[in-house]
Every structure is written in structure tokens, then in C-alpha cells.
Design a protein around this ligand. Structure first.
Ligand SMILES: *Cc1c(COP(=O)(O)O)cnc(C)c1O
Length: 458
């Protein structure tokens, strides 16, 4: 056991400080399945051997998202505190369904959520919980919005309704909303994708006119979603104007700040999200810009009653609450058995302080600005506009059809030195998308990447 743990420690130390990037090579499912078929599970084998084999497979055949050269989707480099917290959670395996089973874990989560929620709402009057991610938090918002707006939703659901409930999101909102609409029985048709302006932000005029059409045709508008940090462009919807629109029309206002929400921690960035404090509910992922491991989202709402209504059940095998003021997790969230999700954020906050977290985020914003500047200086054309570090860019040779983003991305993938992606930005036009998502990314990484891209296009 000691030998194995030493190996694990060494692995953590090495991987944590490594600057190497490895991309997932072009391999087939067939190839990997053949390799895995050597594990037929008939006889057990040495732990050390299994450990070494798994480490080697993970390194060879997985995209290394914690590298400073991964300028990808919102997957972060993780803090050491997050890694340690995950180990402790694995070790003690606390059950957070009921407070009585894990009082300290429940209270640690509460303490962290109160701290983050205070930065979102500027006050302490809210309900919050950890979720498995942004999708679960967005789904919670949808359920709570429906409970709030649709009479008897929690008793008779959506069957035999005369009015089709509708949800408004922008063209560039996250596609979890379609999935949620299908899952909760609303159907995809209930999602109204509203057009965006030239900064890829939801267009309020278009929202107003779609809303009027829906009201006139007898639909039942439920909720408007503002996104603070869209996946493709990092754009922030006009959060304050959306709040005003929702207030005037008595609609549930949800802000999906899965990635961008962490900016509220920084005193220099928080005002980019002004208006979020009016939201009826908010999604923020810890496993994005807070740099902790996967499986950590957060949900915040100002309204506790619909939460109780939608999630409470009676189960006589569960222990009674021992304290009246305890809001049992299994009665106030989608999950029943619950992992101790919040410890990695607690330990990260405790070690770095919110100032340390703010500095990491501000550093990434600075690197985003640097990337933008360098690209522009090297003849690239920036197509998006956001204070957050997502940079979308194209080139006259791409616009003229002389080169395509996919052939260049193919080369980048084959060489495996860094990672970026591409997006549609208007009609059939494609642009590259590079997001600073690692606190390890420094100027010299960016300089190499821009110079390589510029070589590839010329
Ligand atoms: C990542 C993301 C989601 C989905 O969250 P998961 O944690 O991946 O489930 C939803 N909305 C936005 C804006 C996101 O960036």
C-alpha cells in the first residue's frame, strides 16, 4: 500500500507541474477496445501493475485539458487543493443526502455557497446548492420556474395544458436548454431562440416581439435566460435590461453564468455581470473558472418555496430532520445520494483566499487580451467582442476560401503541441476559437501559439 501511495503522490506532483501538452491522438474505438479486452476480469492482478497501466493509458489516450497550451472549452487546470479534497472525499465517502449523516460536510457546503452567493446577489437572502454541473443547475432553474409560473405543475405536471409553456434563450445560449426541455416534458418546441446583435448578445427588441407573438397566440411564457459568458463567443447578454423585461412581464429570470459567474469574485471584473443580482435564479460552475475538478456546479435562487414544492417527498425510511431549520439536501435538490461536491471549492478558497482566486481569473483575462492583441498584430481578424478571455478570429485567407479552419485544426491536432477549436460565426463562415482557461497559461505559451498559427496560414 505504501509503495502504491508513493507512486500516486509522485504522479500528482509530476502531473501538476508538467508543462507538456498531449492531445488525444487519432485512434479508433476498435483499437482501444482491443487493448481493453486484455482485461477480461477473470483473475485479479497486482495493484501496482493496474495503476501503472491506467496512468499510461490516461496519458497516451486523453486530451490533456490541464495543460497551459489547452486553449479550449471551459475545462480548467485544477488547483492542488481540489486534488487533495477529491482524495479526502473518496476516502471518507460522506453521504450528503441528509444533514444528520454528514453535518460538517453539509455545513462546509453551506458556508462556501453563502460566500459565493453573496458575490452574486450582494446579499445573503437566497437558497443555494451544489449540483453535478451547469446542466443540473439549469434544469433546477427550469423546474423551479415552471413550479412558480404554472398552476399545479408539481401535482399534475404538464399534461392536458391548453397553453404551451415557452422559454426564451439567445441563439448562443447553451444547448443544455433543449435537452432539459425534452427531459422535463416541455419539448424542444418550447425553446425560443432569440437572435443576437453583432456582439453575439441577446437582442431585446427581438425578445419583445417574440414574447408578444407568443402571448397573442395563447402560449404561456415562463422564463427568460440571460447568458453571462456564452460558450462560442464569451458574450454577456444585457443582464440588466433582461431583468427589467422579466420584471415588467412577470417572467422567471434565470442567468446562466456557468463559466463567467466566477468573475463576480474579482472587484475589477464583477461589474461586467451587473444585473445578475436581479435574477430569480443563477447557474455558476465551480468546475470551470473556479479551477476545481469536474462534477461541481452551483445553483442559486431567491425563492425557496418552489424549491420545497418541486423536490419534497415523504420517504419513511429516511431519518427525520433533527433540526427544524435544516433544509435536507435530498428534499431540496434533484439528487438523492449526494457526493461531497463542495469540499474542493472550500479547500481552494481557504488556501487561495478570494483574492487569490480573483488574481487567477484576472490573469486569464489579461492573457486573453494579450492573445487578442498579438493575433491582431499578426494580421488576424477578431470577430467577437467580450471582456472575458474567449477570442474568436479568422483571416482573409480563410474568408476567401484559400484555407479552411478544419485543415489547419487537423494539422494542429496531428502535431499535438496545443489545442484550439473552431465555430460558426455568421452564415457558413467559420472562425477559430481560443479560450484562456488555465491559470498556468503565460505570455510565452501564447506567443508560440500565435506564431505557429501565423506560419500555418501564410
Ligand atoms: C458549461 C456550460 C453549461 C453546461 O454546464 P455543465 O457543467 O457542462 O453541465 C451550461 N451553460 C453554459 C453557459 C456553460 O458554459
Amino acid at each position: 500500500m505504501q509503495r502504491l501511495l508513493n507512486k500516486l503522490n509522485q504522479e500528482i506532483a509530476d502531473y501538476f507541474t508538467s508543462e507538456d501538452f498531449h492531445s488525444a491522438p487519432d485512434i479508433s474505438q476498435k483499437f482501444l477496445r482491443e487493448i481493453l479486452s486484455t482485461y477480461d476480469f477473470q483473475k485479479g492482478q497486482s495493484r501496482i501493475k493496474v495503476f501503472e497501466d491506467v496512468v499510461s493509458m490516461m496519458k497516451k489516450w486523453s486530451l490533456n485539458v490541464t495543460s497551459p497550451n489547452y486553449l479550449g472549452l471551459f475545462n480548467p487546470s485544477v488547483t492542488l487543493d481540489s486534488i487533495i479534497a477529491e482524495s479526502l472525499v473518496a476516502l471518507y465517502n460522506p453521504q450528503l443526502a441528509v444533514w444528520e449523516h454528514s453535518p460538517i460536510a453539509c455545513e462546509i457546503e453551506r458556508h462556501v455557497l453563502n460566500f459565493i452567493g453573496d458575490h452574486i446577489y450582494n446579499e445573503q437572502d437566497f437558497y443555494s446548492c451544489f449540483t453535478t454541473g451547469g446542466s443540473e443547475a439549469n434544469m433546477t432553474a427550469m423546474l423551479v420556474g415552471l413550479t412558480h409560473k404554472v398552476a399545479d405543475f408539481t401535482s399534475s405536471g404538464l399534461v392536458k395544458r391548453n397553453h404551451q409553456p415557452v422559454i426564451y434563450v439567445s441563439n448562443h445560449a447553451h444547448h443544455s436548454f433543449e435537452k432539459i426541455a425534452k427531459s422535463v416534458g416541455l419539448g424542444e418546441q418550447s425553446i425560443r431562440r432569440i437572435s443576437t446583435n453583432d456582439k453575439f448578445q441577446l437582442n431585446i427588441r427581438a425578445l419583445e416581439s417574440q414574447y408578444q407573438k407568443d402571448v397573442d397566440s395563447g402560449s404561456l411564457p415562463i422564463m427568460v435566460v440571460g447568458t453571462a459568458g456564452t460558450t462560442s463567443f464569451g458574450s454577456i447578454d444585457p443582464l440588466k435590461k433582461l431583468a427589467e423585461f422579466c420584471r415588467q412581464n412577470d417572467l422567471w429570470y434565470h442567468v446562466d453564468a456557468a463559466w463567467g459567474g466566477a468573475a463576480r469574485i474579482s472587484s475589477s471584473l464583477r461589474n461586467f455581470l451587473t444585473g445578475i443580482e436581479y435574477a430569480n435564479s443563477v447557474t455558476v460552475d465551480a468546475h470551470k473558472w473556479f479551477s476545481v475538478g469536474m462534477g461541481a456546479g452551483m445553483f442559486f435562487t431567491r425563492h425557496v418555496n418552489p424549491i420545497k414544492e418541486v423536490f419534497s417527498v415523504k420517504a419513511d425510511y429516511m431519518p427525520d430532520s433533527i433540526h427544524e431549520d435544516v433544509f435536507e439536501p435530498y428534499l431540496s435538490t434533484i439528487l438523492w445520494s449526494r457526493r461531497f461536491i463542495g469540499l474542493k471549492l472550500f479547500m481552494t478558497l481557504a488556501q487561495s483566499g478570494s483574492e487569490g482566486i480573483a488574481q487567477r481569473i484576472e490573469h486569464q483575462v489579461e492573457m486573453g487580451d494579450y492573445l487578442k492583441q498579438l493575433l491582431a498584430d499578426s494580421g488576424w481578424e477578431i470577430v467577437n467582442s467580450t471582456p472575458l478571455p474567449v477570442v474568436c478570429f479568422t483571416h482573409k485567407k480563410i474568408k476567401s476560401g484559400e484555407k479552411t479552419t478544419s485543415e489547419i485544426l487537423g494539422e494542429i491536432k496531428r502535431e499535438g503541441k496545443y489545442w484550439i477549436s473552431d465555430i460558426h460565426y455568421s452564415g457558413t463562415n467559420r472562425a477559430f476559437r481560443a479560450c484562456i482557461t488555465s491559470f498556468k497559461t503565460q505570455k510565452h505559451h501564447i506567443e508560440k501559439i500565435v506564431s505557429d498559427l501565423t506560419d500555418k496560414i501564410s
